[in-house]
Design a protein around this ligand. Sequence first.
Ligand code: GLU
Length: 332
Amino acid sequence: MPPLLSSFPALCDGFSEIFQAVAAQKGGKVADYIPQLGRVDPERYGLGLCTVDNQRFSLGDSNVDFCLQSGCKPINYALALEEHGEAKVHQYVGREPSGRSFNELTLGPDDRPHNPMINAGAILICSLIRPELDPADRFDHVMERWQALQGGHRPGFSNATYLSERQTADRNYALGYYMQERRVFPKNTALIPTLEFYFQCCSIESNCERLSVVAATLASGGLCPATGERLLSPRTVRDTLSLMSSCGMYDFSGEFAFTVGLPAKSGVSGMVLVVVPDLFGLCIWSPRVDRSGNSVRGVEFCKAMVSRYNFHLLDSRLGGSGKEDPRGLAFP
Ligand code: GLU
């Protein structure tokens, strides 16, 4: 198969220029609600890119590990969809942006969490993933799926992050008990193991190079570019990308959809996973986050990328946006 992005070297040069320009951004601050995040060097900055035909590019601290935090949410959602299908998953969780902060103690009008990308919904999704397994096997299942999504590379796990998350999780416990009281969980859900499973998923560690392969698997409709293996169904990927588009960037999701127009998910560790469907996946990491919890450089990189390249999903490929497009025109 010829490379999908025939001008890949030129794209890499363009991304290097943007990466360097965005490095000047020093706004935001490192999340410090747990010491394991507070101690991270604020100057860390990395990027990994993987195309749907497995071309790779990386910059900066691209192979330095960090914890996923909310970056685990879209993959857990995808795993729940694979296991139960869309109809059953959405009996329990909505698909509407909440317009509130990610850990707000609130449910939608029908007593379901608003969506799987905020904490209430992500905790609910954890209750749907292989609930019949004991906790160790359940976590192994998730790690195995991440390993496959990373093209065979097993992610790490920070026990220190997990212990800190668990110790400072009053809000997540409150959300869990509130949902239990409202009978939101499936019958027989064990609340504490479900919450612990959620904290463990947040404490999975990886880096930009590896995570770009996960994002590229989403970009290619569920086929891992590194192995050619089908890991997710096209429908699961579509649903996951839909919710990343509308809810993936905390309470900046509407702004991000407007200005960048790409499915993305951020985590308070400073990672942003970005998917350009049918083209490539990207992971940017820079730990200083803004008030919403989004990496300042991550968001700036995405904005700069979309003002130079024709990648906003609603950029016309016919209408002559005047922007660069490594695909060329669809119908020249
Ligand atoms: N572990 C964090 C929490 O559940 C996730 C923070 C995030 O990345 O949004 O509060």
